[in-house]
Ligand binder design. Structure first.
Ligand code: NDP
Length: 485
């Protein structure tokens, strides 16, 4: 390990770092240079067993603590994360390649928000009293047990916290498997939770590829699976969870529409399109990658967009002036480059980027295609990179129909100065999260998740509690029992 803040072993199990070099080595590559900065090992069956057994034991103890006590641990963890934001952000940058300018404000801080929010909520989680005339009933909100979290590589710290915080607040334990592309950050969250007072085994991190995730999902001790990943993986994990009738949360991919009407504030709309396509070098599930611009302002929009793109600074992610980093992996860079070639081949007009930066690391220029049609591959498939597709439309009805003509339904945005139109359009968009004159805000207070193929369940907000707890109903008869015989 080359940096002090880096985790000291591959796994975090039963309250401590754990190494088992019998597992397949997974090199951790700094995407900006291609350099190997660490090596972790995939979890062996022994590591998986230790994590699950530890989680079962810790959960029983943790669920006995009051909500106030549980919440205090989570809030302490949030404070520690905030105090160490810079070092955690640096690690996030090394793990993902995202610029420090972003990671300082969007990753550890977002994780801390989740721990603070659900920590505050833990003491308020109660059942209900239901009057039934002379009799009555009540409900008890119980934890599910051991939950498995499986993460993607774009937000490794945030994903670990968005899943861990509500799970732990409700009295569950978690075994978390990060993406093998970004294995480091979740380990620090596990370490910090123990420092904050979490019992050993409550939040475990085990490394590995899909097979390790698959072993966790299949284990009968696991009550719930929360996945952030692609639709194909979501289908597989959902099906595997169904075998054991397990609860699931599926946060999957998207091809979200961003509708820009001709009365929109042009600079705000361009800003929204930039945030919704190039933040994290486009590796954001909720990105508004199909930018529908009303015909009358299309050329003005493209001119303003390309002018602002000229100010993008691509380079060393550890330089705080940089705002465009590399892709997280060589494989993802190749996928994105393939889509750019397809866009050109299918006749889209390349108006910015598209070049192939030389040198080490996994770079893709911010790229904009105009004159994209609905049938083109780049307008239909999730690219998960810095590639914006600009399509044009005549009227509202057409824009809504085309925006909804996708199997996905994660997010959608509308830019207009007409408030009636904004809400009328939003009401008809098939998406789990919509933005009016904004894009990609994700505060913990607001439920986040998708419809259609983009997923099931919601993360964040009070809505997440329903997905990490279950109700026990208790009927109480106050009088005599009247049986027919
Ligand atoms: P993948 O779907 O490839 O992988 C997601 C996670 O699932 C990884 O940890 C992966 O392991 C694991 N996995 C793969 N196969 C299985 C299996 N059979 N059983 C259990 N676990 C398995 O997604 P990416 O990591 O490539 O992430 C990109 C995708 O994530 C994009 O499609 C994006 O839209 C989506 N995403 C969705 C978000 C949302 O909240 N809706 C947020 C961020 C991303 P490994 O990769 O290590 O082999």
């Amino acid at each position: 390990m080359t940096h002090d803040a880096q985790p000291t072993a591959s796994h975090f199990v039963n309250g401590a770092y754990l190494e088992d070099t019998a597992g397949a080595p997974i090199p951790v590559i700094y995407p900006a240079t291609g350099a190997v900065i660490a090596t972790v090992h995939a979890a062996t069956p022994a590591v998986i067993e230790a994590a699950l057994a530890g989680a079962v034991a810790a959960q029983a103890e943790w669920a006995q603590r009051s909500g106030t006590e549980r919440g205090r641990v989570l809030r302490r963890a949030a404070d520690i994360i905030r105090a160490r934001n810079r070092e955690l952000s640096r690690l996030e940058t090394l793990d993902t390649g995202k610029p420090l300018q972003e990671t300082l404000v969007a990753d550890a801080t977002s994780g801390a928000d989740a721990l603070e929010y659900f920590g505050g909520m833990a003491a308020t989680l109660t059942g209900q009293h239901i009057p039934l005339g002379a009799d009555w009933a009540y409900t008890i909100r119980e934890p599910l047990g051991v939950c498995v979290g499986i993460g993607a590589w774009n937000y490794p710290t945030q994903i670990a916290c968005w899943k861990g915080a509500p799970a732990l607040a409700c009295g569950n334990a978690m075994v978390f498997k990060p993406s093998e592309v970004t294995p480091l950050c979740a380990l620090k969250i596990a370490e910090i939770l123990v420092e904050a007072g979490a019992p050993a085994g409550l939040f475990n991190v085990v490394q590995g590829a899909g097979t390790v995730g698959g072993a966790l999902v299949a284990d009968p001790r696991v009550a719930k699976v929360s996945l952030t990943g692609s639709v194909p993986t979501g289908r597989r994990v959902y099906a595997a969870a169904a075998e054991g009738m397990k609860h699931v949360t599926m946060e999957l991919g998207g091809k979200s529409p961003l509708l820009i009407f001709d009365d929109a504030d042009l600079d705000d709309a361009v800003g929204g399109a930039i945030l919704g396509n190039f933040y994290s070098t486009g590796q954001v599930c909720s990105n508004g990658t199909r930018v529908f611009v009303q015909k009358g302002i299309k050329e003005a929009f493209l001119a303003r967009l390309t002018a602002r793109l000229a100010g993008a600074r691509m380079g060393d992610p550890l330089d705080e002036a940089t705002n465009i980093g590399p892709m997280a992996s060589a494989a993802q860079r190749d996928i994105v480059r393939g889509y750019i070639e397809k866009g050109i081949a299918e006749g889209a007009r390349l108006v910015a980027g598209g070049g192939l930066p030389e040198g080490p690391g996994f770079w893709v220029e911010p790229t904009v295609f105009a004159d994209v049609t609905d049938a083109m591959t780049i307008a239909r498939e999730e690219i998960f990179g810095p590639v914006m597709c600009v399509l044009d439309f005549e009227d509202e009805e057409e824009a809504i129909a085309r925006a909804n003509a996708t199997e996905y339904g994660l997010s959608a945005g509308v830019f207009t100065r007409d408030i009636s139109r904004a809400h009328r359009v939003v009401a008809r968009l098939q998406a789990g999260t919509c933005f009016v004159n904004s894009y990609n805000d994700a505060p913990v207070e607001v439920p986040f998740g998708g419809v259609k193929m983009s997923g099931v369940g919601r993360e964040n907000a009070a809505a997440a509690i329903a997905h990490y707890s279950q109700l026990k109903s208790v009927y109480v008869r106050m009088g005599r029992v009247e049986a027919p015989f």
